[in-house]
Design a protein around this ligand. Structure first.
Ligand SMILES: [Mn+2]
Length: 330
């Protein structure tokens, strides 16, 4: 099966992954996962992408790459003393950063760029989805992650805000996550039926309930594996098309990879994607004709993998998503 069999009617909408100018937006946020180091991941991805395409063979990719924007994140002197208190202490700092991120994503999309958010932890998806949703009537979200991130401050066991971005985006916490909930200008930012979850395998009971109650499209990693990586991906994309979404945000959490390939991330869980499978998914998405306008790559924590292997893989997958191939023939 090829990408062209998936889409027939949506040729007018543009997939920006392989063709648009690329606007990297680094957001060195770690307050959502409460594990320092993932902030460094944002800067490593930002700078690594720039360096990677210096050689002449990559001039086409380099020409698409715009100077990166870096979203300021307030440095709290006592941050390390505040972690794991389950008291939402980092919420104001996260809200401030996401407000700036949403504006940057909004502007990038408006100018026709691919809005590329480089985390940072997954709490940044509140900002990126908020910004992307401002430019869509029905924003679809393709969420490739070990975690559904459908928690709220009320349901979360850990209290870590990086487990709450989708819960916030579908309006489950209009009061307790008030500022974040309003990032798209309306609550909710997106409808649950416009979300596809792929690769989930570390799922809280409350999240399972939200998935069931709202009929959210969800393939666990085992289901995705049994169905086949490309057929499962096609099913998700067909679901988004059938829902009539007019723009798509891709949110890729590196912890969806198997920890054997991606030890440098904070919440590891066995049985994830191989590097080749992740590459296959990203290359398929690039060839697809649906309206992907924005993307997140999140949760790289280089300090958890001093070998540099995780960073290499993250950059390899990022470059693959943006069109880098092993040979120019594809
Ligand atoms: Mn995750």
């Amino acid at each position: 099966m090829t990408a062209s069999t998936v889409t027939t009617a949506r040729t007018a909408a543009t997939n920006r992954l392989l063709t648009a100018s690329i606007q990297p937006i680094a957001i060195p946020l770690w307050y959502g996962c409460e594990v320092p180091g993932v902030d460094h991941g944002a800067l490593v991805l930002r700078d690594g992408l720039q360096l990677r395409w210096i050689s002449p063979q990559y001039s086409g990719l380099r020409d698409r790459l715009r100077p990166a924007i870096t979203i300021p994140v307030v440095e709290l002197d006592d941050a390390l003393a505040r972690i794991d208190q389950r008291n939402m202490t980092f919420k104001p700092a996260i809200d401030d950063a996401n407000a700036a991120l949403a504006n940057a994503v909004d502007t990038a999309i408006q100018h026709g760029h691919l809005a590329l958010t480089l985390g940072g932890d997954h709490a940044v998806a509140m900002g990126s989805i908020g910004g992307a949703a401002r430019h869509a009537t029905k924003l679809g979200v393709l969420w490739i992650d070990t975690h559904p991130d459908l928690n709220t401050p009320e349901s979360s066991f850990s209290g870590h805000i990086h487990g709450m971005p989708l819960g916030t985006a579908i309006g489950l916490a209009p009061e307790s996550m008030r500022r974040a909930s309003l990032l798209a200008g309306q609550v909710p930012m997106i409808q649950p039926e416009h979300i596809c979850l792929l690769g989930i395998r570390d799922i809280d009971a409350g999240e399972e309930e939200v998935i069931a109650k709202n009929g959210i499209f969800a393939h666990t990693m085992d289901e995705w594996n049994d169905e086949g990586i490309l057929p499962g991906l096609e099913a998700a994309l067909n679901h988004l098309e059938c829902q009539g979404v007019d723009a798509i945000h891709l949110s890729f959490d590196l912890d969806v990879l198997d920890p054997a390939f991606m030890p440098g991330t904070g919440t590891r869980y066995p049985g994830g994607l191989t590097v080749r499978e992740a590459s296959q998914v990203l290359r398929y998405l690039g060839a697809w004709e649906g309206p992907i306008r924005s993307m997140d790559l999140v949760e790289l924590n280089p300090t958890l993998d001093a070998s540099g292997y995780s960073t290499d893989i993250a950059l390899h997958l990022l470059a693959t998503a943006l069109g880098e191939r092993m040979l120019s023939r594809g």
